[in-house]
Design a protein around this ligand. Structure first.
Ligand SMILES: O=C(O)CCC(=O)C(=O)O
Ligand SMILES: [Fe+2]
Length: 307
């Protein structure tokens, strides 16, 4: 069972203690949870799904003009089969993705000097697409950051302890589409992995496929539910908490019918360190800046793109 947490209990302060106690149980128990009553406008969510369909329905030639470049800068369209999230596997991962990052002005020195992951998103000429995606990005970023206030309370840390780690974050909104599986064992939707950042806020359509590995080693189906976000814990949060918030392994099986997911990866700022908070035990990763960790992880995932 995946715990369901009603966000109003914390955000409207109607039952903060109860929320924190359920959050504790979710983190030390299964290691993932659903967040209900999250306050994101259902119409915005619907528009985001419509926008996602329109970008993947563009012609191959149109999508090629929006293609993600190996490098990696992690913006734009990744064609079928060019990313591999599972380490050391040869199984083909069949999905297309479109990644959207924090929108900095072209004149921003970080964009002008082509700093890693600071490229602008290559926007398709779909009316309303950019506005919808940026509104969705901002709304889910705000929700994700607010959720870190609850993590801070759960960890008995200052409410704003996470704030410096998320200044102009590398957070990514990722639209994904999975074509129907062919039934072959040599393919999947996404191989087993953990996400790189702090948390991931996932929304999917009504097609099943996502599976998560519980702390006890069992794999469970994460059933689609349009009223809640699936919250997965990522590598950075595991590092900061010295392993207390262990990252959630997950994978996606090839669906019977086309499947769409709109996932928000709350990655921290490039300069954020991966060292544990004081008093949180041993380092999980060698000391490094998040940008280097992400670059290494993505470059492994994008080996197929580089060929
Ligand atoms: O499609 C999903 O539900 C999850 C995809 C995923 O795990 C990823 O792209 O990191
Ligand atoms: Fe993932």
């Amino acid at each position: 069972m995946i715990p369901k947490l009603d966000w109003r209990r914390f955000s409207e302060a109607t039952d903060r203690e109860g929320f924190i106690s359920d959050l504790s149980a979710a983190i030390s128990g299964p290691g993932l949870f659903r967040l209900t009553h999250h306050g994101i406008d259902p119409e915005l969510i619907c528009d985001a799904f419509t926008g996602s369909t329109s970008v993947f329905d563009l012609t191959e030639a149109e999508k090629r003009t929006l293609a993600m470049q190996a490098g990696p800068h992690n913006r734009g369209w990744a064609r079928l089969g060019v990313e591999r999230l599972a380490d050391g596997s040869s199984v083909l991962e069949r999905r297309e993705a479109f990644n959207i990052g924090l929108e900095l002005p072209r004149t921003d020195p970080r964009v002008a000097t082509r700093q890693r992951f600071r490229t602008q998103t290559p926007w398709p000429a779909i009316p309303g697409f950019r506005d919808t995606m940026l509104s969705y990005y901002d709304a889910v970023l705000e929700l994700g950051l607010a959720l870190h206030r609850a993590f801070a309370a759960e960890l008995s840390l200052a409410p704003d302890c996470f704030d410096p780690l998320f200044v102009d974050p590398l957070a990514t909104l990722r639209l994904i589409t999975y074509p129907p599986g062919t039934g072959s064992d040599a393919e999947t939707g996404a191989g087993t992995h953990t996400d790189f950042g702090s948390i991931s806020l996932l929304l999917t359509d009504d097609q099943p496929g996502l599976q998560a590995k519980l702390r006890n080693g069992d794999w469970i189906d994460v059933k689609p539910d349009s009223d809640s976000f699936i919250i997965l814990l990522g590598d950075a949060l595991e590092c900061w908490t010295g392993g207390k918030y262990a990252a959630t392994p997950h994978r996606v099986q090839s669906p019977k019918h086309r499947r769409q997911a709109i996932n928000f990866y709350l990655d921290p700022a490039p300069e954020a360190s991966l060292s544990p908070f004081p008093g949180f035990g041993k380092a999980v990763q060698r000391p490094q800046k998040y940008v280097d960790y992400l670059a290494e992880g993505l470059s492994a995932a994008h080996q197929v793109m580089q060929r």
